[in-house]
Write a protein that binds this ligand. Structure first.
Ligand code: ADP
Ligand code: MG
Length: 339
């Protein structure tokens, strides 16, 4: 008979890391989201070898207070919620308190961080979940995290990483989404010493679209602003002639988080239907602001999916928003017979 026993923390963290950390892209996603949650206005992301050997994220956010740096790396340690009811009004991108614990369980991490009020910053080195070094250091306000040799201690996972070029492609896609979802943040993304993306961070979405999709796309977008009850939608939708052969130009953000959602995609596509050829898909960058109580973001560890309280309502809302925008800005207004 096998004995039933509770796994040790390190093993638990390594297993749990599998849920949050798939590869370099998910590490970058979690860390950039932390930077945004920390109020950063400038975030630099640097990767080498597709992020497998090296990822560096530098932000000018709030920093982590010295006495809390170690705690931040514990599982379920978060400053963003304290009880389940908080999920009803949470606006941060993170809340599970799992990213730092998971990432540091399966890689070699160095962090330098300082808050505004501290004289000196903190340097911490943690490998495979074990703290190797912690000391004071002089640094600027904000946080820099370096993640080296992802899955160095989990060969079974490391085997499943793709070639560096493929992994860096995933990171590039992610950075594009980040730039589109957060025009208020200046992002710099460097891949093997080459700057791939550098956004101004002045809040102008059209400028982000220009950086990410180019001039032609930026010039063929219509501004959309639509409100109904507690839903507010803003962004840009492509003129029908800007359509693309796949769905990868469909960008939906809910409360700042990139989300894949079938109901929304269908609603927007249906609104375009009569104006697009078969097999073509619209280009859009839409940000929905909604009370957190109306959506459940806690259905997927990577928070890529959400569940809405009322799918029909959401469908109608997006359909109407897109149809009205196109009617106002493309079609010649219909004049009634009595006028
Ligand atoms: P979560 O984001 O779900 O809270 P994480 O494991 O990603 O969990 O981070 C744990 C905590 O560490 C956060 O709640 C936050 O207080 C702090 N933290 C992490 N990254 C940063 C950062 N870049 N700047 C400031 N604080 C950070
Ligand atoms: Mg986080």
């Amino acid at each position: 008979m096998q004995t039933i026993k509770i796994l040790d923390t390190k093993t638990i963290n390594k297993i749990a890391a599998g849920e949050v950390v798939e590869g370099p892209k998910s590490v970058v996603k979690e860390l950039v989201e932390n930077s945004i949650d920390a109020g950063a206005t400038s975030v630099t992301v640097e990767i080498k070898e597709g992020g497998i050997s090296y990822i560096r994220i530098m932000d000018n956010g709030s920093g982590i207070p010295k006495e809390q740096v170690k705690t931040a790396f514990l599982r379920h340690a978060t400053s963003k919620m304290s009880e389940i009811e908080d999920l009803e009004h949470i606006f941060t991108l993170g809340f599970r308190g799992e990213a730092l614990a998971s990432i540091s369980a399966v890689s070699q991490v160095e962090i330098v961080t300082k808050t505004r009020n501290e004289e000196t910053g903190t340097f911490l080195e943690i490998s495979g979940g074990e703290i190797k070094n912690i000391q004071d250091t002089s640094c600027m306000e904000g946080t820099t995290i370096i993640v080296k040799n992802l899955f160095y201690n989990v060969p079974a996972r490391r085997k499943f990483l793709k070639k560096p070029a493929t992994e860096s492609g995933f990171v590039s896609d992610l950075m594009n989404k980040m730039a589109l979802g957060h025009p208020e943040v200046s992002f710099r993304y460097i891949n093997n010493d080459t700057t791939m993306l550098h956004t101004a961070g002045n809040g102008d979405l059209k400028a982000s679209v220009f950086y990410v999709y180019g001039k032609e796309a930026a010039n063929s977008m219509l501004p959309l602003c639509y409100k109904k009850e507690e839903y507010g939608l803003t962004g840009l939708i492509g003129k029908p002639e800007l359509s693309r052969g796949n769905r990868s130009y469909e960008n939906l953000f809910i409360n700042g988080r990139f989300i894949k959602n079938k109901v929304v995609a269908t609603a927007v596509e249906d609104a375009y239907k009569t104006r697009l050829l078969i097999g073509k898909f619209p280009v859009f960058v839409l940000s929905l602001e909604v009370p957190p109580s109306q959506v459940d973001v806690n259905v997927h560890p990577a928070k890529l999916e959400v569940r809405f309280k009322n799918d029909d309502e959401i469908y109608d809302f997006f359909y109407d928003a897109v149809i009205k925008t196109m009617e106002q800005q493309i079609l010649i207004p219909q004049v009634g017979w009595d006028k």
